[in-house]
Design a protein. Structure first.
Length: 328
């Protein structure tokens, strides 16, 4: 049931939407020419170095074949790197592997390399899959598990901007990147067996439950060290979600406050002319908003003074003095 190193006939550059329901995550496209996924560090480098063999997501893989890996711009905390490296030390130790060479650096905002996505299964399938090493089964911690083989890294990572979900690399970046790839040998490379050897796309969610029901294995027994490592890895994964939620909350509160202030200014000065005065370009233009409020306050004050003490020209029917309100 094991496939050869060439991926069982899959074209290395071929990527087809098989698991994602019509290319979910690909901006509505069912196929990708040079698909890429942006990931936070240290997970991005761990995948390209062949240490991480399962990419966990809350949504199924929308493709099979080569997937380029790009590191996001956020710098990981040292505690996050330490927790993830400890996680992999512990789960590899279950299979007797103790010599793991971790990356020396975890660069950000860089295209790092690529892997081959050979399938996608549900977490509950992976953790009971007896045909893969126990360390792979312990990697199953999310709803959907993208199964990755053949890691390759760039000799010189390319600086570039990433996007959400799966997207296509620009052709000029792709053409340059393919010339700088080197094959990586991970600590314990895995060739994921196909449920149906005649179908190269048979590793899809639900396939293991259907084909391997008679050979279902119990979940891996976890030692205290492994359980602690898993807990640490889960905590590490929340670093960026906490930061994202905090940033979103701060942005929302700022937006609501500024909208409220801007709305109050408009309400309190309703009916005042604004011709010839520059409105703030955005709600963040606080100085412009303050200047507008000051001008409107001055306008009201001058108008009241003109009503109480009309000038000689005004009393004779001449044009109002500058700053006084007129008709709208």
């Amino acid at each position: 049931m094991r496939r050869g190193s060439n991926g069982g006939g899959r074209g290395r550059g071929e990527s087809t939407a098989e698991f994602g329901g019509g290319g979910r995550g690909g901006r509505g496209r069912g196929k990708y020419s040079n698909p890429c996924l942006t990931m936070h560090q240290p997970w991005a480098s761990l995948l390209v170095y062949g240490i991480k063999r399962v990419e966990g997501r809350s949504w199924p893989a929308p493709l099979t074949g080569r997937l380029w890996i790009h590191a996001a711009s956020k710098v990981p905390e040292p505690e996050t790197i330490k927790a993830m490296e400890n996680f992999y030390r512990e789960i590899y130790a279950v299979d007797g592997v103790k010599d793991i060479k971790f990356p020396e650096h975890y660069p950000v905002s860089r295209l790092l390399g690529c892997v081959e996505v050979v399938g996608c299964v549900k977490c509950e399938e992976l953790v009971c899959w007896e045909d893969v090493p126990e360390s792979v089964r312990l990697e199953g911690q999310t709803d959907f598990c993208w199964l990755c083989e053949n890691p390759q890294k760039l000799l010189i990572p390319f600086e570039m901007r990433g996007f959400q979900r799966v997207y296509n690399l620009e052709k000029r970046i792709h053409d340059a990147a393919v010339r700088g790839l080197i094959t990586i040998q991970g600590p314990l490379p895995v060739k994921f067996p196909l449920p149906d050897p005649q179908d190269p796309f048979s590793l899809r969610p639900g396939s293991l439950a259907l084909h391997f029901s008679s050979s279902k294995a119990p979940e891996v027994a976890k030692t205290p060290n492994v359980s602690a490592a898993i807990a640490g890895a889960r905590a590490a994964a929340t670093q960026f979600s906490r930061e994202d939620q905090s940033a979103m909350s701060k942005s929302y509160q700022t937006n609501v406050t500024e909208k409220s202030e801007f709305g109050s200014a408009e309400t309190s000065h309703a009916g005042t002319r604004t011709e010839g005065r520059r409105l703030p370009d955005s709600h963040n233009d606080t100085q412009g908003l303050q200047a507008l409020n000051h001008n409107q306050h001055t306008t009201h004050k001058e108008r009241d003074q003109n009503k109480r003490y009309p000038s000689e020209k005004t009393s004779r029917g001449s044009r109002s003095a500058p700053g006084a309100s007129g008709k709208h």
